[in-house]
Design a protein around this ligand. Structure first.
Ligand code: SF4
Ligand code: SF4
Length: 112
């Protein structure tokens, strides 16, 4: 699995938070912070928009670093991604992501 595919199958390479971090792009940080605040109903500041990816070394968005239950679970189980987890079919946390993002499911199944 490519390093920039998250445990849940999302594509970190296409994530605007990562792009803003790589380019040190303050305007993009502000755009992402405003959008994610609206989508999640919590205040996300531009300073939080610093992330290099879920499964690679380096800075992470605070939610992805320590709050995301999928990342914490996958780390504790030592799986490469959730696609390698024997319990993935019935996993409610994973379903919350792949249920609305079929591309993520396909990546975990090696179909994309
Ligand atoms: S881990 Fe970072 S790069 Fe990956 S989706 Fe989350 S915020 Fe974006
Ligand atoms: S139980 Fe398996 S599929 Fe669910 S979050 Fe943990 S590692 Fe991923």
């Amino acid at each position: 699995m490519k390093d920039l595919i998250a445990y849940c199958g999302l594509d970190c390479e296409a994530c605007e938070a990562r792009l803003a971090t790589l380019r040190d792009d303050e305007a993009l940080r502000q755009k992402v912070a405003a959008l994610w605040s609206q989508l999640n109903g919590v205040e996300i500041t531009p300073e939080m928009i610093n992330c290099l990816g879920c499964r690679v070394e380096g800075v992470k968005f605070p939610y992805c670093e320590s709050l995301c239950p999928i990342r914490q679970c996958a780390l504790s189980r030592g799986v490469e991604t959730c696609g390698d987890c024997g319990d993935w079919e019935g996993c409610k946390d994973l379903e919350a992501v792949i249920g609305s993002t079929p591309e993520a499911r396909a990546r975990l199944k090696g179909e994309a």
